[in-house]
Structures are given as structure tokens and as C-alpha cells.
Design a binder for this molecule. Structure first.
Ligand SMILES: *[C@@H]1O[C@H](CO)[C@@H](O)[C@H](O)[C@H]1NC(C)=O
Length: 129
């Protein structure tokens, strides 16, 4: 009886680990506005629709405004990916969800800072719920 809370906790943890997926890193390094990557680096507009191929990415619709939070530093030959979230009054459900998208599908319209911090990415940067 006394063990019940512990067992519940373990079951809960197992459930949590099976639901969470550790995905491959898209890059080893990134640039952000601050060490926590909480500053918006810039605003961009989606030039095209982008369908997220897996849970690391976000969907974009052509014309949507995007807040850019980080820019991955691509390894040689790899695509350039940025992370951000969509600003939209029509698709409120997507607001606040941060994910990656190819830099080529957006047009950066307003930069808020030129000062960026270079950092290594961690597994948590590519963690999926
Ligand atoms: C990107 O935005 C700028 C400024 O709004 C605009 O002049 C330019 O034509 C846009 N580029 C593309 C590819 O849409």
C-alpha cells in the first residue's frame, strides 16, 4: 500500500519516456539572441507552404508571419534551418509552438538584433513531445 505512489510514479515516468522521442540533431551549433534562446531574433514571412516532415518541425502557410528564435549553423552541405513560431490570428492553435523550418521558405523582414550568441545544440533542442 505504501508503495502505490512510487509505482504510480514509475508507471508515469515509463509512459513519459515512451511518448517522448529523441530525434537526430539537425545541426551541432546554433546562434541565438541570448543564452536561453528566448529573444526573438527577427520576424519573417513564409514565402511558401511548408509541411513539417516530423515533430522537430512546424508547419508554415504561405504569408504567415514567423518569429525566429534561433538559427542553426549548418554543417557543410546541409540545409539551413531556423527555429521559430507562427504568429497568426487565424491559426491560433499553432501560436506558441516552436519548431524548425528551412530558412529558404521564409523572407526575413525585420531583424531585432545583430548580436547573436553562438552555442552548441543539445538533444533537448530536438526533443519531441
Ligand atoms: C522580402 O521582403 C522584402 C521587404 O518586405 C521585399 O522587398 C522583398 O521583395 C521580399 N522578398 C521576397 C523574395 O519575397
Amino acid at each position: 500500500m505504501t508503495y502505490a505512489p512510487v509505482i504510480l510514479l514509475i508507471v508515469g515516468l515509463l509512459h513519459w519516456t515512451t511518448r517522448a522521442t529523441m530525434m537526430d540533431k539537425l545541426a551541432d551549433n546554433k546562434r541565438c539572441g541570448d543564452p536561453e534562446c528566448s529573444y526573438v531574433l527577427s520576424m519573417a514571412t513564409a514565402l511558401d507552404d511548408f509541411i513539417a516532415p516530423d515533430c522537430r518541425f512546424i508547419n508554415l502557410r504561405r504569408g504567415q508571419m514567423v518569429y525566429v528564435y534561433s538559427k542553426l549553423v549548418p554543417s557543410e552541405g546541409a540545409g539551413v534551418f531556423w527555429s521559430g513560431s507562427v504568429y497568426s490570428e487565424r491559426y491560433v492553435d499553432q501560436m506558441g509552438i516552436i519548431g524548425y523550418f528551412p530558412a529558404v521558405v521564409v523572407n526575413e523582414t525585420q531583424k531585432f538584433t545583430e548580436d547573436t550568441v553562438a552555442m552548441q545544440t543539445t538533444d533537448m533542442d530536438f526533443y519531441c513531445h
